[in-house]
Design a protein around this ligand. Structure first.
Ligand SMILES: Nc1ncnc2c1ncn2[C@@H]1O[C@H](COP(=O)(O)OP(=O)(O)O)[C@@H](O)[C@H]1O
Ligand SMILES: [Mg+2]
Length: 399
């Protein structure tokens, strides 16, 4: 991206239209998560204010406006970095570029801290901030619409364009998991897990099963570096992956799964053992979970419980388990997204295990009742001992 030419063009537009936001001057370049986006801190206008200029090929401003309007109806707009001005220009090869100016979130230009920075530095996160994050999650997108849906449709809506695309298929190939195998046994344990690739490959598996799911807009990329922390509140940015008709638990489970993946190491055998324990406990209960103790766990043990506290905004009666299946499915979907996204095979395997534990708890729920592992379609998944390949379980007839 040639930022100088972008600035020249928008300064020209500013001059021609007597736009109060021009002129712009770049102060700092951010590392953008997306290959085609450029993100810059800029000084703008005659009052020398500071903001964030984001240059993208897709029309992010349009998506943002939908989200902002909805949040405003729910009086939650103060938690979103405001879009101040939008420009459409021509980049190289006459391709259209969208340039959006956002208000700078954060208390000053030098110390903008994100949720991810805090977690990686193992800094204590203030309870009121974490609580505001999840309150935002379950409030900005109201009303939530209650639907009876097939597990497949819930997963497809959460995965959106990723479902069964080539990157998704390659991800399973790279960890040696085939879609025809129903069950996975974790090496060295007696844990049997369903294979998500099998379960979300075709509708026939589910026998017309429907489960209750609350649906709403979801942020769609609710990870730690899209949550900027200020002294007294979180500010959410980067709404370009907005999802419609999505499982209401999607963003919470996404933040949670990505945070666990960012914080925990999986290189040593003991790390990998801890990871399967974390997957087991975080996919079991819904609001009260007891994560294991171990390396890097002290902050997470508090944080995950705190993040889940506001599930009560959705289901205030703790005896109501109608929404548990959709909570487990959200974990499953987020696991699949991470499995597809992570670049290292080890991380992909970790995400696969996370996914499978969540799916197991979905199958075990009384409303689903489909956890019925059989060894005649089962594979040993090499996780603890990574030097071996996966192996089919071959049943020998007893003589
Ligand atoms: N409004 C904002 N205020 C402060 N920092 C921002 C703002 N927008 C973006 N950033 C910084 O730039 C980074 C990338 O911006 P983001 O919109 O998330 O782009 P991407 O789509 O590449 O993830 C963020 O992680 C954050 O550090
Ligand atoms: Mg981002």
């Amino acid at each position: 991206m040639d930022i100088e030419s972008v600035i020249k063009q928008i300064n020209q537009i500013g001059e021609d239209t007597k736009d109060k936001f021009a002129p712009f001057q770049v102060l700092k370049t951010f590392k953008s998560g997306r290959s085609e986006a450029g993100v810059f801190m800029v000084e703008y206008g005659s009052a020398n204010r500071v903001g964030i200029l984001k240059v993208t090929k897709s029309n992010e401003g349009k998506v943002f406006k939908n989200a902002y309007e909805l949040a405003s109806k729910n009086n939650m707009q103060k938690y979103i970095a405001k879009l101040l001005s939008s420009y459409k220009i021509q980049g190289k090869n006459k391709a259209t570029l969208y340039v959006n100016l956002y208000d700078l979130a954060g208390d000053d230009i030098y110390n903008s801290e994100t949720f991810l920075d805090k977690v990686l530095n193992e800094d204590e996160l203030k309870d009121n901030i974490v609580s505001a994050i999840t309150k935002f999650l379950f409030t900005w997108n109201k009303e939530h619409v209650k639907k009876n849906m097939s597990p497949m449709d819930i997963i497809k809506n959460e995965l959106s364009y990723r479902y069964m695309d080539s990157k998704y298929i390659q991800a399973f190939e790279s960890i040696g998991v085939d879609k025809s195998i129903k069950w996975i046994s974790l090496d060295g344990t007696d844990i049997l897990l369903p294979n998500p690739y099998y379960y979300f490959n075709n509708d026939n598996v589910w026998n017309n099963l429907k489960v209750i799911c609350l649906t709403s807009y979801a942020h769609g990329d609710f990870q730690g570096d899209n949550i900027i922390l200020t002294e007294n509140k979180p500010v959410i940015i980067d709404f370009c992956d907005l999802l419609e008709d999505c499982n209401v638990f999607h963003d919470l489970r996404y933040l949670e799964s990505i945070t666990l993946g960012d914080c925990l190491e999986i290189d040593k055998e003991s790390d990998r053992e801890l990871w399967s324990k974390v997957c087991e406990s975080s996919s079991g209960g819904i609001t009260e979970i007891e994560l294991p103790t171990g390396k890097g766990m002290s902050l997470l043990r508090r944080l995950i419980n705190k993040l889940r506290e506001n599930v009560k905004l959705i289901v205030c009666d703790s005896r109501n388990s109608l929404y548990d299946p959709s909570f487990h499915l959200a974990g499953t979907a987020c696991g699949l997204i991470n499995l597809r996204k992570y670049t290292s095979v080890n991380k992909k395997k970790a995400a696969f295990i996370y996914t499978a534990f969540n799916l197991k708890n979905f199958l075990k729920d009384e409303a689903v009742n489909m956890y019925d592992p059989k060894l005649n379609s089962c594979m040993v998944f090499n996780w603890k001992n990574q030097n071996l390949g996966n192996d089919l379980v071959v049943l020998e007839p007893t003589t």
